[in-house]
Design a protein around this ligand. Structure first.
Ligand code: GLU
Length: 415
């Protein structure tokens, strides 16, 4: 895989829109560096009695619009540059969707598949112990991301509350519904992404009903993208994959059965009636819509010419690198940029915070309705500006998001 540093990639996108915005050198200098970075070593007693020290990070990128917000990832190949890039993306995501929040991201270098539940709990609680002074409902509010779950958020919120000496639901989002979580949060990223795809398909004259869709990734985002795609939005899911590989059936896959299969087998592969394929092959299938919903940089110089979809919807963060992005635009393949398309997660996180602050509980219909409106509003603003400037949607999205952050910085007197 051709590797591009995610932080460099996001900074390059920022530069590409700064000509529209005429950003001053001072402003650009502020926007290109995180405001605060916390690096920690997290000692954890393992089940065999030994102590292991895990490396952890939190990057609080920009808090001009409000307290910083963003997920925590547990991944063996985590790097500080990826977290910086993702924290920067969170800043633009919250801004584009008009949330009163800044951007952050956290990570722990670990392989959660090799940890027992008790080890995972101790690691999660220890992360909160060392990060406590930097977190909180009016400072920085983490959420789930790659390999982190509602159960982990429950431990983290509990640890935060113990140290604070009071239940503090608003300190973490993506919690279980029975413990201060919001209805509709679990599938919010995928659902929000589909609202954007539906609007974009309409603008392209593409009929969603029966459209062939390939989805890379079968974690929280990918699996709900497949399920909702098939059951709510009427598409035909022809291929899915996870970290071990994928499966393909041009006639469509029964997604619910596949979810049961995956939970038993730990992989989507070897599903009856489908052909095993690699993750690389999945990206190159003849489909209408391609949804990368796993990790960053998967569409790059080495495979971009082989992409055959007419629409690429970035449900993951940073799946298309700069070079591939340019090439897809030149080939007329529409790309729905990550921080527009996958904003549903943080939008419902924000709804969760609002409910927590008011000790309120909204029903699912209310969450869906408000999420749909936010996604459509953001898409329409981006699409209109892109048409006006004959620019890629990503560039338009950056222009809108960055302008709001710059305005807030000016009003605060920072620049
Ligand atoms: N991890 C999600 C994202 O990348 C959600 C963040 C949040 O809810 O704060 O957008």
């Amino acid at each position: 895989m051709a590797e591009q540093n995610l932080f460099e990639m996001v900074k390059r996108h920022l530069c590409s829109c700064s000509t529209d915005l005429v950003l001053s050198e001072n402003v650009e200098a502020v926007l290109k560096m995180p405001r605060r970075e916390i690096h920690v070593s997290i000692p954890v007693r393992m089940d065999d009695g030994k102590i292991r020290a895990f490396q952890g990070f939190r990057v609080q990128y920009n808090d001009a619009l409000g307290p910083t917000k963003g997920g925590i990832r547990f991944h063996p190949e985590e790097t500080i540059d990826t977290i910086r890039g993702l924290a920067s993306l969170m800043t633009w995501k919250c801004s584009l969707h008009n949330l009163p929040l800044g951007g952050a991201k956290g990570g722990i270098v670990c392989n959660p598949k090799e940890l027992s539940t008790t080890e995972l709990e101790r690691l999660s609680r220890s992360y909160v112990q060392v990060m406590f002074p930097y977190l909180g409902p009016d400072r920085d509010i983490p959420a789930p991301d790659v390999y982190t779950t509602p159960a982990i958020m429950a431990w983290m919120m509990d640890e935060y509350s113990k140290i604070a000496g009071k239940t503090t639901f608003g300190s973490f989002t993506g919690k279980p519904v029975g413990l201060g979580g919001s209805e509709g949060r679990l599938d919010a990223t995928a659902r929000g992404g589909w609202y954007v795809v539906r609007e974009a398909a309409r603008d392209m004259g593409m009929n969603l009903s029966g459209a062939r869709v390939a989805i890379q990734g079968f974690g929280n985002v990918g699996s709900f993208a497949a399920l909702l795609g098939q059951e709510v939005f009427g598409v035909r899911v022809v291929a899915v994959s996870d970290s071990r590989g994928g499966i393909y059936n041009p006639d469509g896959l029964p997604v619910r059965d596949l979810m049961v299969h995956k939970s038993g087998m730990e992989s989507v592969q070897k599903f009856p009636g489908a052909t095993n394929i690699t993750n690389e092959e999945l990206l190159e299938l003849p489909v209408d819509i391609l949804i990368p919903a796993a990790l960053e940089n998967v569409i790059n110089r080495s495979n971009v010419q082989k992409i055959r979809a007419s629409l690429v919807a970035e449900f993951a963060n940073g799946p298309v690198d700069n070079e591939a992005d340019k090439s897809l635009f030149e080939r007329g393949i529409q790309v729905l940029p990550d921080f527009l398309t996958n904003g549903g997660g943080v939008i419902v996180s924000y709804f969760e915070m609002v409910q927590n602050f008011n000790m309120d509980q909204w029903d699912e219909q209310k969450v869906h309705r408000k999420l749909e409106k936010k996604m459509i509003d953001a898409y329409r603003a981006v699409y209109t500006l892109a048409l006006q400037n004959n620019a890629p949607l990503r560039q338009a999205a950056y222009s809108i998001a960055v302008a709001r952050v710059v305005d807030a910085m000016k009003m605060r007197g920072w620049v």
